[in-house]
Design a protein around this ligand. Structure first.
Ligand code: FEO
Ligand code: CA
Ligand code: CA
Ligand code: CA
Length: 631
């Protein structure tokens, strides 16, 4: 259904260009990418996407291609798509709800009130809303660990007993306390069940936690406000989307859709303004500005410059001040994946999740060990690059460095700080490739290849490029970058790993594993690729499938649906214990917002209480036989 216009190359033409070097013998994209997952040919694949049961077809086809050497990575039967108000898993697996919205961060904390009558002060000691990225940091005994969990956003209809009615300073405070990060200590008892522990590490980071600005943009005039004339200390972090651990055991939490929280005025920003480029509209769906003037841009025009950063939290020091690392750029950050470069420096891959925005990497200036020894952050000095994907399957990392062509004072960038505060404008100026909403990225543990999701882009109505080959890209795709085992490189090769969707949309996955809007993406330690979805899904039983999680064996060409969530949730946030036997996953906004008079209109998960409301939650998945999840 990708109505390629006569003057744009067809998907298969672009794909052939892209794949020419690697798959010349296999003969072009449609066959190569499709055959990889055992799709014989789109037109010949029969049957509806609703068929249940194991995906023996994909595995068999992969075998017949002779791909992969060792044992298959996937050891469970695929489950069917669903529209049920449940979390569904393969046979032999179970889940437990560990940390739903409102759960106290220590057992002695304030108990959750199912009528949402908890105060703002209670909320600041409870799980926030809209759980997103997270990470498990094992403690020494390996049966316990610290779990950092992002709380991306709030559903105000459900957060307060009477929803958005009679908005007040207390409602702003509760909403702000439901954003940010939770650090909790979790432990597994002798029966294998996970619980929260009393812990000196437990803390909440919210919209009122002091956070230090570091790196080139700290102290810049654009970062100064009435409350912080030095431009070095911000209250809070918001829209904490996805995340990433660092090699030095800290947690990166990434600020995404910050524009929604600021009120600009009755008229929207003018066309071509910086504010417009950063998505500021005339309205804010969050009424915070009505009681907290720093969210009213008429009163405080610079406050919004202090959001949209990657924030580092040290979970092992509960008294530490989190840091906004400005060298990593300002955008709608999704996640941040840190690896070591050739010289031992930090290399960080990051997506900017907006239609036609870009994919980035940061390369640190000095080895991690050297920086830390000297008391410097490995994330404060270095070069930020943005990706250009060329039609021939090669690519370039373009440096965003003040003084380079397009990034001079005459171009409107006074200094490097301004290049970083206005990262998007800098990336526009150097000719980066506009992508179909880059969300999570992840690095293959054995090859170093970087995969990232382009979740969808229905606004792509006119121009495709080789890396974004579909007009009206409703279901998204997954990209692969190969830097030839050198994360510090400025050149790379790239490929499209898969096109998501159903048969009619030209997907390169088998029809019985059809899915859309890949978002979360994570390689586990042995190389299973976990794909988590958020958004448009192919149909089943006359309705859109619920969002889901699949697992791919990228070497053998196998993909299987592992989990389906409740209606209108997104599946996001994934981490595991080091032994792979417990997998933590977040179910975000089940039922979405309900309706003002019925919070349970679309979902009652996970409590199924006739007087309660659906809740975002961290679940933990285990195998009944105690084995490795997914194997
Ligand atoms: Fe928070 Fe782009 O997802
Ligand atoms: Ca979300
Ligand atoms: Ca996401
Ligand atoms: Ca998304």
């Amino acid at each position: 259904m990708n109505a390629d216009t006569p003057d744009t190359p067809s998907i298969s033409e672009l794909a052939e260009l892209r794949l020419s070097r690697r798959t010349a013998m296999a003969g072009g994209l449609a066959t190569a990418a499709a055959a990889f997952f055992g799709v014989t040919a789109p037109a010949a694949a029969a049957g509806s996407g609703a068929s249940a049961g194991a995906s023996g077809g994909a595995a068999a086809a992969a075998e017949s291609l002779g791909r992969g050497g060792g044992r298959p990575l996937l050891g469970f039967p695929a489950i069917a798509p669903s529209i049920a108000d449940e979390v569904l898993l393969p046979p032999g697996y179970r889940y437990d709800v560990l940390f739903p919205w409102g759960h106290p961060i220590v057992p002695s904390g304030p108990a959750f009130a199912e009528d949402a009558s908890n105060s703002a002060a209670d909320q600041a000691r409870q799980a926030g809303d809209h759980h997103d990225g997270m990470w498990f940091f094992p403690l020494r005994d390996r049966r316990s660990g610290l779990l950092c969990v992002n709380h991306e956003a709030t559903t105000e209809n459900l957060l307060h007993t009477d929803g958005r009615a009679a908005w007040s300073a207390e409602k702003t405070a509760k909403s702000q306390a439901a954003h940010g990060v939770s650090v909790i200590q979790v432990e597994q008892d002798r029966r294998g069940e996970w619980q929260l522990a009393e812990s000196r590490f437990a803390r909440r980071v919210t919209m009122t936690t002091p956070i230090e600005l570091t790196g080139p943009a700290a102290g810049h005039p654009l970062m100064r406000t009435g409350a912080d004339p030095d431009g070095v200390l911000v209250l809070g972090t918001l829209n904490n989307c996805a995340s990433g651990p660092t090699p030095w055991d800290t947690y990166l939490t990434c600020e995404e859709t910050i524009n929604k929280y600021f009120y600009y005025g009755e008229q929207p920003p003018t066309a071509g303004s910086v504010e417009e480029r950063y998505g500021i509209g005339s309205e804010s769906p969050y009424p915070w500005y009505t009681t907290d003037s720093r969210f009213d841009m008429q009163d405080e025009p610079n406050e919004y410059n202090r959001f949209g950063w990657v924030v580092e939290v040290d979970p092992f020091d509960p008294t530490s001040t989190p840091k906004k690392r400005t060298a990593l750029g300002r955008m709608e950050h999704e996640n941040a994946v840190v690896v070591r470069g050739r010289r031992g420096e930090a290399v960080v891959y990051m997506g900017d999740d907006t239609q036609f925005d870009y994919f980035y990497k940061f390369v640190g200036a000095e080895p991690i060990v050297k920086a830390r020894k000297a008391g410097r952050s490995p994330l404060d000095e270095g070069t930020l690059y943005v990706a250009r994907f060329d039609e021939d399957g090669s690519g370039r990392w373009l440096p965003l460095v003040h003084g380079e062509p397009g990034l001079t004072t005459a171009d409107g960038f006074a200094d490097q700080a301004q290049v970083l505060i206005h990262t998007r404008l800098a990336a526009d100026a150097v000719g980066a490739t506009p992508m179909d909403r880059p969300e999570w990225c992840t690095v293959q543990p054995h090859t170093g290849a970087v995969y990232f999701t382009c979740t969808n882009n229905t606004a792509r109505t006119e121009t495709v490029n080789a890396a974004n080959p579909r007009l009206n890209n409703r279901y998204g795709h997954i990209m692969k970058i190969d830097e030839n085992r050198n994360p510090s490189a400025v050149r790379f090769d790239w490929d499209i790993f898969l096109l998501a969707g159903d048969e009619a949309s030209g997907a390169t996955v088998p029809s019985d594993q059809a899915f859309g809007s890949p978002d979360g993406l994570w390689f586990d330690a042995v190389g299973r690729l976990w794909i988590l979805t958020d958004g448009a899904q192919p149909q089943v039983d006359g309705g859109d499938q619920n969002n889901q999680m699949l697992v791919a064996d990228t070497e053998r060409g196998d993909i299987r649906r592992f989990l389906v969530g409740p209606p209108r949730c997104e599946i996001t946030g994934i981490t595991a214990t080091p032994d792979g036997r417990s997998l933590f996953v977040n179910i975000q906004h089940p039922g979405d917002s309900g309706t003002p008079d019925n919070p349970r209109a679309s979902s009652s998960w996970p409590d199924y209480s006739p007087t309660g409301r659906p809740r975002s939650a961290t679940i933990v998945i285990t195998r009944e036989d105690g084995g490795v999840v997914g194997a």
